[in-house]
Design a protein around this ligand. Sequence first.
Ligand code: SF4
Ligand code: SF4
Length: 478
Amino acid sequence: MLKDLAPGGTFLLNSPLGPDRVWDRLPEGVQRRLIEQRAKFFVIDGNKVARDAGMGGRINTVMQTCFFAIAGVLPAQNAIEAIKNSIRKTYAKKGDEIVGMNLRAVEETLAHLYEVEVPDAVAGVVDAGRRDQRSRLQPNGELKRAPQFVCNVLGEIMAGRGDRVPVSALPNDGTYPTGTTQFEKRNLASEAPVWDPAVCIQCGKCVMVCPHAVIRSKVYEATVLHAAPSSFKSAEARLPDWKGLRYTLQVSVEDCTGCGICVDVCPARNKSEARLKAINMQPQLPLRESERENWNFFLSIPEMDRRKVPTDYVRKMQIQQPLFEFSGACAGCGETPYIKLLTQLFGDRLIIANATGCSSIYGGNLPTTPYTRDQNGRGPAWSNSLFEDNAEFGLGFRVSIDKQQEFAGELLQRLSPQIGRRLTTEILNARQRDEADIFDQRERVIDKRSAVGDRRYSATSARAGRHACAQERLDCRR
Ligand code: SF4
Ligand code: SF4
């Protein structure tokens, strides 16, 4: 972060830790750099200032004020007056309340911006040894569990060292692995939702609206809980269809953006304390370690067979695994919940022709990809056309798929003597309307491949969900 810090430069940090605690929590390398460069160091809890001024999570006015107060590009007082005039002009149409909120935020910023004294030597680093043992790229070591390609190529790009990655390390055919946002762990949120199983009515609304697929639910056999961490929460599943099973709502706090939409939408109130709901925002930092462990355990719980999950009720279908997760879309994005829902409903066979716009930026960017795969290696296929012509682009997909299907039918007829007339007819005439139909058709295709001796798709490996020809670099399953 301080690579470009000039001698005598200024470092401003937005942190919930005050001026008396923040120094000890800086990594050793950051402390050293500040000392070496004889830098000035300022800290502000920008999120708190914005929240207290009534601006929610919008910290732009706060951080802009900090910049002009300490950068010295203009005399501070003149700069602050200019910001206030600009606020009056910019927000005039939105009414006095919004103008007042922003002006209050400017005043509060100045009152809560602190200079931290930089000592002469590195001191008081909390947990230094532990930090050093961990990945140099991610403080939580998530990349250590990642495939080699993610560590050596995507991790380097994430760390801002993409220009050092040799061309030989990049995929020859431009194919990048999917499901790689899971390794980023951006820890953006100062607050994250915490579930109260006693109040929750298991409606699934919070899961459905989360723009980043951070909050999820699963229904499972109680025996699974034998291996659960002590702080892992569960409740009896309330729906009659799931009688005797357990229900868990789990948040990946390290992927949460803190938008609070899940809490806004929650309809269940705590009867003993009306201000509380069945999920409530709490400071993220104290939750981080325990919820990381809970999240990892949650991921290990088997997904329910898709054939058993009805898709006509939100509360039922929201236990389906989303195949679009942790995208870089803005906090509170209104588009991504729909994409996520689409991947829950059809993600293992979804084909997306994306126009250029936000959805292509967060959907197909580098270094990481939010589209992911299920335990069988199936997930959405996605491509982007540069211009606003995704209808034509998608039509091309359709025409091509129809042609491939026609060709596959012809090949199947030719193979009929080998695989048998019955299997041929069944494959060609299969009804493929619901999950059960699709499952049956996939089984028939596996039988057919097995019958013709396709070694890449042996029945055993395909049924076990292992794609025999998957290359190591593409194998990014959890
Ligand atoms: S706060 Fe926002 S990102 Fe976090 S779980 Fe709730 S809806 Fe998802
Ligand atoms: S919205 Fe509230 S009541 Fe519904 S599942 Fe989420 S936490 Fe439970």
